[in-house]
Design a protein around this ligand. Structure first.
Ligand code: HEM
Length: 459
């Protein structure tokens, strides 16, 4: 197969499809490219880019050729401006080594201990909710998941004021990162643009907190059961060495960034979808009520809440927070679906586009958790569903995230019902992750004590 045979927009002579990207925005552009077929191509200035929107092609690119592709150096350089050399921004042998060191922090046994923290903070949040109140679910989920990732990373070593400092800095990073990545040619980090300076300031704000905690923890040598202890204790099998303070700092900031907004977006979109589908909401609540019988949810309950999991999976299909993976550049010629992709070209995968491909997802805009029944899941190609990516860079927090989303959703739905505020406009906001543009205001309705947790209702 030659390049000419692949479909795709022609674009302009000089810029290729740059103008289309500006016109449609990142998410719209993937939809536009995918409208040409399951394997399409376009030009970005002098570079040829491929969009692989077929599960076999995704498997070939990310799994079969896992050792022959790298994340795009431009994306990594931008991320490294505030993440240093953490998992999201490093590559090659460095990445493999670092991934082995971070992995134990996500070991199943370790993650189990985080479940109680997740439920406790959700219940504390619900104590502040009131029947009939109007609430921005988006904001509530951001705050909740940030508190959870902070507590699971640092346990009790961080004050409320420091949580606010970190959370403001993360927000600034998000806004300014988007500004820089939308520049046709991002200016180097030493150019004192407003966005570069804001990024640097935000990184310093986070560093202040993170470095203090690392210093104190190293000095005490205590294992406090959190992610940070695990990172500090982790030893490389090969050379018997652990991570330096700088490496721990980079991984901590990476986990902060990667570990809260994605889950918050999932729960916000899930709330929106549930507000539009009363029959799904009722079925979910019936499952939660029957299994929990009025008590707090535990990790052991999750396997008895399959419908809750199906609802979350379907949300992640329709609104995958990581709507596009970083472009992959081959280190040598590779073949994907019969097409040679060279080291001077880039291959893109968009979970959003793949999850809306009607060939694999009939009526893709319809919210239907049944798509994730065991039977339907078995019948589908594994790589038609990739909210957490695939291959060597698959999300390291995927089990953590699924557990968190299920525990939080079950707890919220156990106690509250909600309707969408009729004045609420619901629109995408595709920044680093896929959020909502104008928040998500809902009216809360506390469920009757007979239906909800008796322990909770009495407290
Ligand atoms: C619903 C929630 C989440 C979604 C949808 C999600 C999605 C993803 C995706 C798609 C990637 C791969 C990106 C690529 O290949 O270019 C990724 C990587 C990553 N995620 Fe997540 N994520 C979620 C939650 C989390 C959580 C809770 C954590 C940590 C606490 C986390 C930590 C990471 C890290 C460190 C990486 C980089 C892995 C590597 O390159 O080795 N994520 N995530």
């Amino acid at each position: 197969m030659t390049v000419k045979m692949l479909p795709g927009p022609k674009g302009t002579r000089l810029g290729g499809s740059r103008r289309d990207l500006q016109k449609y925005g990142p998410l719209g552009f993937f939809k536009y490219l995918a409208s040409y077929g399951d394997f399409t191509t376009c030009r970005m200035g002098p570079f040829r880019v491929y969009l692989v929107n077929d599960p076999n092609g995704i498997q070939e690119l990310l799994v079969t050729n896992r050792d022959k592709v790298r994340k795009n150096a431009g994306d990594r350089e931008l991320l490294s401006r505030f993440l240093g050399n953490g998992l999201l921004s490093n590559d090659g042998a460095d990445h493999q080594k670092q991934r082995k060191l971070v992995q134990p922090a996500f070991h199943m046994k370790r993650i189990q201990a985080y479940a109680e923290t997740m439920v406790a903070h959700t219940e504390a949040m619900l104590q502040r909710w009131h029947d009939g109140a109007i609430l921005d679910i988006d904001q509530a989920m951001m705050e909740l998941t940030l508190t959870i990732v902070t507590k699971t990373l640092f346990n009790a070593d961080i004050s409320e004021q420091e949580v606010r400092q970190v959370s403001q800095a993360l927000e600034d990073i998000q806004v300014n990162f988007t500004i820089i990545s939308e520049q046709a040619v991002p200016l180097p980090r030493w150019v004192p643009t407003r966005a570069n300076r804001a990024l640097e300031h935000a990184s310093k704000q986070i560093d202040q907190v993170v470095q203090r905690v690392i210093r104190e923890r190293r000095a005490s040598g205590e294992d406090t059961g959190d992610l940070l202890s695990m990172l500090l204790l982790s030893i490389d099998d090969g050379n018997g060495q652990g991570m330096t303070d700088q490496q721990v700092r980079d991984e901590v900031v990476t986990l902060f960034l990667a570990g809260h907004e994605t889950t918050a977006n999932t729960l916000t979109w899930c709330s929106y979808l549930l507000s539009q589908a009363p029959e799904v909401r009722q079925r979910l609540q019936a499952e939660v009520d029957e299994v929990l019988q009025g008590r707090s949810v535990t990790l052991q309950d999750l396997q008895k809440l399959p419908y809750t999991e199906m609802v979350i999976k379907e949300t992640l299909r329709m609104y995958p927070p990581a709507y596009a993976l970083s472009a992959r550049i081959p280190t040598e010629n590779i073949t994907v679906l019969g097409q040679t992709i060279t080291p001077r070209q880039a291959a893109m995968v968009s979970p959003y586009a793949m999850h809306h491909n009607p060939r694999y997802w009939p009526e893709p805009e319809r919210f239907d958790p049944e798509r994730f029944s065991a039977e339907q899941e078995r019948a589908r190609h594994k790589y038609a569903y990739i909210p957490f990516g695939a291959g060597s860079r698959v999300c390291i927090g995927n089990v953590f995230a699924m557990m968190e989303a299920q525990l939080l959703l079950a707890t919220m739905m156990q106690h509250y019902d909600f309707t969408l505020d009729p004045t609420q406009r619901v629109e995408y906001d595709p920044q680093i992750t896929l959020g909502v543009k104008h928040g998500l205001r809902v009216r809360l309705a506390q469920r009757q004590p007979a239906e909800q947790s008796l322990e909770f209702a009495k407290s």
